[in-house]
Design a binder for this molecule. Sequence first.
Ligand SMILES: Nc1nc2c(ncn2[C@@H]2O[C@H](COP(=O)(O)OP(=O)(O)OP(=O)(O)O)[C@@H](O)[C@H]2O)c(=O)[nH]1
Ligand SMILES: [Mg+2]
Length: 503
Amino acid sequence: MRSQVSRNSSTSIESLIDRWWKLSQRSSYFSNDRIYALASPVGGAICVLRVSGDELIPLLKSLGFSASLETFNPKTLCRLKIISPVTQLPIDDAMFSYFQGPKSYTGEDVIEFFLHGSSAVVSELIEALRYLGCRQALAGEFSFRAVRNGKLTITQAQAVAELISAKNTEAVSVAIEKLEGTQQAFLVEIAEELRNLAAFGELSIDFSDQDVEEVSLPRLQKRLEALLRKLERLQGSFSRGQLIQDGVKLAILGLPNAGKSSFFNYILGEDRSIVSTQAGTTRDVIRETLTLKGSLGKSVTLRIQDTAGVRGATDEVEKIGVARSIKAAIEADLLLIVTDPTDEESRREWPNFIQALSAGINLQGRVAEGRVFLVHTKKDLQLNESESTARNLFIDQTRVSFSKVIEVSSLSGEGVSQVVDSVVLRSLELMGREQGEIILTRLDHLQAVSETISHLSRGLKTRTEDLFAADVRQGLVSLGPVIGDTLPDDILGKIFSEFCIGK
Ligand SMILES: Nc1nc2c(ncn2[C@@H]2O[C@H](COP(=O)(O)OP(=O)(O)OP(=O)(O)O)[C@@H](O)[C@H]2O)c(=O)[nH]1
Ligand SMILES: [Mg+2]
């Protein structure tokens, strides 16, 4: 980059490049540089670029802003013909909002430019900002500054990142509740009680021979036990948090040629899996992630898997495929078993299929939990009387009482919305989150809570006050990353580096 610019620029530009170079070398979350980042992609009608730093009015002036500060109304949209301080040429006829610190997202002065979205406009403004001493923000640096300046807690900043990457309505609800501070309040309360218990534990060392009931070890341990139960409930919520965040695993299984891949493709809305009249077309597990919205307006993310038809294969490769299908069934949260009632061989082979599946998973148990849907495909094909009774045959033959039996056509789409509704509804039930319930969604938070639990469990069994106090204090330290207390710089840097640039 250096050589490219110096080849066609004057010496003064070269010294500028040197300045940029030095700036980029000392980029760190802990600097006070003026930072900029795109808040939306280039190429649309409007592109949003944000700048944050101390004292940004002079920077605005350097870009051509000349209105009197008395009449200038911050936080409104203002029009500005941006002039390049480098070339003195116009960059854009744009709009901007100015938020004077500390009343801004970062707590510093913030300008949001609403530019015409061409890359030419955007790159000219970026060049001008660099000339004026700004540098490209690091990932999450705006949120980092918001935390540093007391505008957000770490949990809230993480919630901002989660909100940006939220894939479904539940993930949005959880992130918004975190942003509103509900989760923080719950954890701060727990931390406060731990602090009290540790202090009482230390105090009780002095009173241990005087039998003061209030600070007696059994009394303190009883209070600790109540806290421990709360933390264990929180720890247990992680598996549901993962379903919300990462998605519910749904495996499509069935005999060869049942119509699994056709149904998979229909749900995805694209020709993802190969479909053919040949039995045994799909050999591997094909995975896709998609978000489905049910008729009640709530959406869930599904990690949907098309699998090889399960049969007693002789072909070496097909055998591996069948083993993978069973593995997918074992790992799935929900199973969608696809059958073709129009196919005589399918009806004959059905008991063998159920047997093969049952050898891998507890099918009856899954059915009892409402995790298995039976989908009869090819509804568009005319069934004669005996074929029509074949649908029930699938159920009668194996005495598996599937909780939901739906007929669909992957050609016309008939019945598919019913499957979607049932899957979304059941997925929401599996997530089982009540409105406002605190739920763990991050692995690092799970680890922190689990560590806290193990310290506190020790404290529950200890026979001496000093060990009790030490265990509670250790528990408190372990909880630090979740409540955002006392985080070393390297951990802080790591947290924010996971964010997207511009947030
Ligand atoms: N009329 C009709 N034909 C269908 C429907 N679904 C699938 N088919 C046809 O049934 C045949 C098998 O479909 P696939 O989707 O490849 O079946 P599969 O279960 O994935 O098969 P394998 O991968 O071999 O296990 C193809 O010829 C499809 O066009 C349907 O709803 N209606
Ligand atoms: Mg297939």
